[in-house]
Design a protein around this ligand. Structure first.
Ligand SMILES: C[S@@+](CC[C@H](N)C(=O)[O-])C[C@H]1O[C@@H](n2cnc3c(N)ncnc32)[C@H](O)[C@@H]1O
Length: 185
């Protein structure tokens, strides 16, 4: 069960897992509801965990849209592989989101439309967060969006360093309630 796997992984790696349970279905829908799936050639997901957002993106995306999910935790990666490995144009990577640029080069992708993130910026080391946000800004298309969720607004200053426009909405049906942030260059 996803919840048991989550608790186990949180106990082993509290700072990188950053939550004791997967996101709720409601938060999953709120994360992806503004994506223009019809006009999207590439979507990236950081930190898919057990795949709450991944599943929804796979359901909505066009078959020819390339979707790359990058998960650092080996156990979560194996769970995701078991669930989604047969999906078309879906690439699952077991590595840190910091290394995204090298994978985009490998697959000849210059820039992307959306980056959906489940990363726990509140608990990740500051230098890792900065590296990830810097590569994120660099690879997003002009009208591209970085969509992330946070349990508090404590990291807004960090996001504002990289993105000019940030739209936020609160999702109460999640444990704990969360903010969905849509960030644009
Ligand atoms: C709060 S959990 C969110 C999981 C899932 N997206 C959800 O909402 O249920 C954070 C996830 O980010 C992953 N993670 C942490 N640091 C990472 C990094 N540098 N690169 C990729 N994934 C990372 C963790 O292993 C974990 O799966």
């Amino acid at each position: 069960m996803d919840i048991i796997n989550f608790v186990k992984q949180y106990i082993k790696n509290p700072r990188t897992v950053g939550a004791v349970a997967p996101s709720s279905e409601k938060l999953g829908y709120k994360m992806i509801e503004d994506i223009d799936f019809l006009n999207t050639s590439c979507i990236i997901e950081y930190g898919p965990g057990t795949g709450v957002f991944t599943e929804k993106i796979l359901k909505e995306k066009k078959e020819d849209t390339v979707f790359i999910a990058i998960e650092y935790n080996r156990d979560f990666y194996k769970i995701l592989k078991g669930k989604f490995e047969d999906e078309k144009n879906f690439i699952l990577i077991n590595d840190s989101a910091e290394k995204l640029r090298q994978y985009l080069d490998k697959y000849n992708i210059c820039n992307v439309d959306y980056i959906v993130s489940g990363l726990p910026f509140a608990s990740l080391p500051e230098n890792i967060s900065q590296n990830i946000l810097s590569v994120t800004k660099e690879i997003l298309k002009n009208k591209g969006e970085f969509i992330t969720f946070q349990y508090t607004l404590l990291k807004m200053k960090l996001f504002r360093k990289y993105f000019c426009k940030i739209n936020k909405k609160k999702v109460l049906l999640n444990l704990p309630p969360a903010y969905v942030l849509r960030c644009k260059n």
